[in-house]
Design a protein around this ligand. Structure first.
Ligand SMILES: C[S@@+](CC[C@H](N)C(=O)[O-])C[C@H]1O[C@@H](n2cnc3c(N)ncnc32)[C@H](O)[C@@H]1O
Length: 285
């Protein structure tokens, strides 16, 4: 019987994934094999000649089948690195994206004193938890309409020892916040759903077949949730408060118009992502 070594599996599966149009085939193989063998990518590199035995081969084969059907790697491994932290993820939540780190870095750069911050649509807790880990004296509230997402966020907050500093609330945008004693915040941040339903067919199958619809789509122009947040946020912001939103690649002009046509905001600025796209908007009251 053939003995499969780590390097044989990497080469065979990379070619297999290429034939199935899986983007980044080699990286995915290394992540999946590392997951099965409980090894980091570096350890995988250092153990190219190590034989892989039947029990691991069976598990790996099953993962290859699922990845070939475009199940995202992070849902198969239940891990995603974000802001250098390891987040638990599964199909109940959107997989956090590197672009969202821009929003967090912006808050970290501007923070001067302990503040109250609200994260709307927290998903796996990526934004709220990354901020809580870095800003030990901030008070953070995080909401989501999905109870399932909040279960995942709670799990991540426990994992990163900040559950006692984040209040998780379930509800539609600001609904649950209205029940709090103090409904005002210095910062309101969100990476809301912002994909147009017209763009569904343009999304990669990994995304539109597997990630939660409620985390992705926001009406015909993708602005349904952003429009509501911009309109409602001033009621929940302290004077000189900031609203920070991640937006879609083609939405900055519409978002600027929405903010500038409201008398409640005094300023509106955009931050570009690594491809030069205006990805984050910062509006001040
Ligand atoms: C794009 S995901 C962002 C998740 C996470 N903040 C991140 O950056 O990875 C959007 C999140 O908003 C939540 N959501 C969608 N509509 C909502 C609403 N009306 N009220 C509150 N949360 C909502 C979804 O359940 C999802 O978790």
């Amino acid at each position: 019987m053939k003995i499969w070594r780590v390097i044989d599996l990497i080469q065979w599966t990379t070619e297999y994934f290429e034939r199935h149009n899986i983007p980044n085939p080699r990286l995915d193989v290394e992540l999946l094999l590392g997951h099965v063998l409980q090894k980091s990518r570096l350890q995988i590199y250092l153990n190219f000649d190590m034989p892989v035995f039947q029990e691991h081969l069976l598990v790996f084969r099953n993962l290859i089948k699922k990845r070939s059907a475009h199940t995202p790697v992070s849902y198969l491994t239940n891990h995603r690195e974000f802001m250098s932290l390891d987040f638990y993820v599964d199909s109940r939540v959107l997989i956090p994206r590197p672009d969202t780190e821009i929003l967090i870095e912006m808050v970290l750069e501007q923070q001067e004193r302990p503040c109250r911050l609200l994260d709307i649509g927290t998903g796996c807790g990526a934004i709220a938890i990354s901020l809580a880990v870095n800003l030990l004296d901030w008070e953070i509230v995080a909401t989501d309409i999905s109870a399932e997402a909040l279960d995942v966020a709670q799990r991540n907050a426990d994992k990163h020892n900040c559950a006692n500093r984040i209040t998780f609330l379930q509800g539609d945008l600001f609904e649950a916040v209205k029940e709090l004693e103090n409904t005002r915040f210095d910062w309101i941040v969100s990476n809301p759903p912002y994909v147009s339903i017209k763009d569904r067919s343009v999304l990669a199958p990994d995304v539109h077949n597997y990630e939660p619809e409620v985390a992705l789509f926001a009406g015909v122009d993708g602005l349904n949730i952003i429009r509501r947040i911009i309109a409602e946020a001033p009621e929940f912001l302290n004077p000189k408060g900031k609203l920070v939103l991640e937006i879609g690649y083609n939405q900055s002009r519409d978002v600027q118009e929405l903010i500038e046509s409201s008398a409640m905001y005094s300023d509106c600025q955009f931050i570009q992502d690594y491809s030069g796209i205006e990805r984050v908007v910062v509006a001040s009251t």
